[in-house]
Design a binder for this molecule. Structure first.
Ligand code: HEM
Ligand code: MYR
Length: 416
C-alpha cells in the first residue's frame, strides 16, 4: 500500500477556513499528490481533487452521505432530514421527486417569472443613487421562486423572507454572530414552511396543480407514507434557498462582464452557444461551493491507497474546476474553452458530479444555467448602468466568495 501524505499540523481547520477554496489544491500541490490526510474539525479527513478522484467519490457503493456534513451545516444550509444525507434506495426515491420537478416547462416558467421580476425592478433601480446588485437579485429571486414553487408571499413579507432565505446560504459558513443568524434563519424558515405544508394537507390553501409545493407536500416515501411535515419543509426549502443563492452567480456575471467587456458585445450579437459558454465559464472560474463531503461506506483501495470504512472524505470542487491537467490556463477567464469541448460528469463539477439520479449531483443545474443566461442577456441588452470605483476583487476568505464591495451599480437606465 502507498502511504497517504499527512499534513504535519495537528489540526488544519483554521487553515481551511482562511482559504477554503484553495486549501485542498494548495496542499495537493505541496504534497505532489491528489490525496492527503488532514485533521479537520478534530477528525482525520481525506481531501482529494481531480477527475479520477471525482470518479471514485461518486461511486455510490463506496460512499455514504449519512453524517457526512458537519452539524453546523445541517443546522443551517442543509436542514435536517433532507435529500443531502440520504443513501441508497431512500436517496434515489427522494431524488426522483426533485428531478420530476425539473421539467422543461417548469424551468421555463421560473425563467419567465424571474425575468418579470427583474423588469419590474428597473424603475425602482432608476430612482436609487446606488443599486447593490447582490441584495437586489436576492429579492428578485425570492419573489420569483416563491411564486413558482407555490409559496404564498405577501408584499409585506418580502423583505423578511428574502433576508432569512439568504442567511441560510450566506451566513452558514460564517463564524460567531453570522453563524448564529443562519441557525435562527433555519428555525424561522422551517417553521414558516412547515406551517404551509400543514395548510396544504388540511386543504386550507389552494395552489396551481403543478406547484412544486404540492408535489412535496403530497410526496410519499418508500413505505408509502407522507414525509414528516418538518422534512417536507426542509425539501421545499431545498428549492427556495438555492434559487435565491443564484444571486451569487448573477452578481459574478456582472463582475465578469465588467472585467471582460468584449463579452458584452459578443453576447449582444451572439449565439446561444456563446451565451452558454460564457455562463459555464462563470461557473468554472469563480469560487462558490468549495468542496463536498462523504463517508467511506465499505473499505476499498484506490490507486494503491487504503480507504477505511467511516473515514470522512472531501472532494475539492473548486480545485477540480481549476486543475491544469483538465483546464489549460485554469486561472484565466476564457469562455471559448467551452466551445471546444463538452464537459464530462467528472471534470466540470461546480455543482457536484456524477449522475443526477444515482448520485448527489445538484438537480438545480438546469435552473441555474437558465437563470444565469437570462441574467447575461438582461445585463447586456435590457439595462445600462455605471460601475463606480469600488473594491471588486473576489474575497476568497468568505463562503460564498463575492467581490469585496459586492458590486454596486448606479445610473441604471432601461435600453429601448
Ligand atoms: C446539491 C451546488 C443551485 C438544489 C448540490 C451540491 C452542490 C450544489 C455542490 C452537492 C453535490 C454533492 O454533494 O455531490 C449548487 C450551486 C448552486 C445550486 C453552487 C447555485 C446557486 C441549486 C438549485 C437547486 C438546487 C437552483 C434547486 C432548485 C439542490 C439539491 C441538492 C443539491 C436538492 C441535493 C441533491 C442530492 O443530495 O442528491 N448543489 N446548487 N441547487 N442542490 Fe444545488
Ligand atoms: C445551496 O443553497 O444549496 C447552494 C449554494 C450554497 C453555497 C454555500 C457556500 C458554502 C457552504 C460550504 C459548506 C460545505 C459543506 C460540506
Amino acid at each position: 500500500m502507498t502511504p497517504i501524505p499527512r499534513l504535519q499540523k495537528w489540526d488544519s481547520t483554521l487553515d481551511l477556513l482562511r482559504d477554503p477554496y484553495r486549501f485542498i489544491s494548495r496542499n495537493c500541490q505541496n504534497e505532489q499528490s491528489d490525496l492527503f490526510e488532514a485533521r479537520l474539525l478534530l477528525q482525520k479527513t481525506y481531501c482529494m481533487r481531480g477527475q479520477e478522484a471525482a470518479q471514485v467519490f461518486y461511486d455510490p457503493d463506496l460512499f455514504s452521505r449519512k453524517g457526512a456534513a458537519p452539524k453546523a451545516v445541517m443546522k443551517t444550509l442543509f436542514g435536517e432530514g433532507g435529500v443531502q444525507s440520504l443513501d441508497e434506495d431512500a436517496h434515489r426515491h427522494r431524488k426522483q421527486m426533485f428531478l420530476s420537478i425539473m421539467t422543461t416547462e417548469q424551468i421555463e416558467q421560473l425563467r419567465v417569472l424571474t425575468e418579470r421580476q427583474l423588469t419590474a425592478a428597473v424603475p425602482h433601480w432608476k430612482d436609487m443613487s446606488e443599486v447593490p446588485l447582490y441584495e437586489e437579485f436576492q429579492r428578485v429571486l425570492t419573489m420569483a421562486v416563491c411564486e413558482w414553487a407555490g409559496v404564498p408571499l405577501a408584499d409585506s413579507e418580502v423583505r423578511l423572507r428574502t433576508k432569512q432565505l439568504t442567511s441560510l446560504f450566506n451566513d452558514a459558513a460564517k463564524i460567531g454572530m453570522g453563524h448564529i443568524r443562519a441557525r435562527l434563519a433555519r428555525r424561522q424558515t422551517n417553521a414558516w414552511i412547515t406551517d404551509l405544508i400543514q395548510q396544504i394537507r388540511d386543504k386550507q390553501v389552494s395552489l396551481p396543480e403543478h406547484s412544486p409545493a404540492l408535489k412535496i407536500a403530497w410526496h410519499r416515501n418508500l413505505k408509502n407514507e407522507l414525509l414528516e411535515p418538518q422534512v417536507a419543509a426542509v425539501e421545499l426549502l431545498n428549492l427556495l434557498r438555492p434559487v435565491v443563492a443564484i444571486s451569487v452567480y448573477m452578481t459574478l456575471i456582472a463582475h465578469a462582464l465588467h472585467f471582460h467587456p468584449g463579452y458584452r458585445e459578443k453576447l449582444k450579437s451572439g449565439s446561444d452557444e456563446c451565451e452558454t459558454a460564457f455562463v459555464q465559464e462563470v461557473r468554472r472560474y469563480y469560487p462558490f461551493f468549495p468542496f463536498t463531503a462523504a463517508i467511506v461506506q465499505t473499505y476499498f483501495e484506490w490507486n494503491g491507497y487504503e480507504f477505511p470504512r467511516g473515514k470522512r472524505v472531501l472532494l475539492d470542487l473548486y480545485g477540480t474546476n481549476h486543475d491544469s491537467r483538465i483546464w489549460k490556463e485554469p486561472d484565466l477567464f476564457q469562455p471559448d474553452r467551452f466551445l471546444q469541448r463538452e464537459p464530462t460528469p467528472y471534470d466540470f463539477i461546480p455543482q457536484g458530479g456524477g449522475e443526477y439520479a444515482a448520485n448527489h449531483r445538484c438537480p438545480g443545474e438546469w435552473i441555474t444555467v437558465s437563470l444565469m443566461k437570462l441574467t447575461s442577456r438582461f445585463l447586456t441588452q435590457a439595462i445600462r448602468y455605471k460601475v463606480r470605483d469600488q473594491k471588486l476583487e473576489i474575497d476568497f476568505s468568505q463562503m460564498p466568495a463575492l467581490p469585496r464591495d459586492q458590486f454596486v451599480v448606479s445610473s441604471v437606465q432601461a435600453i429601448g
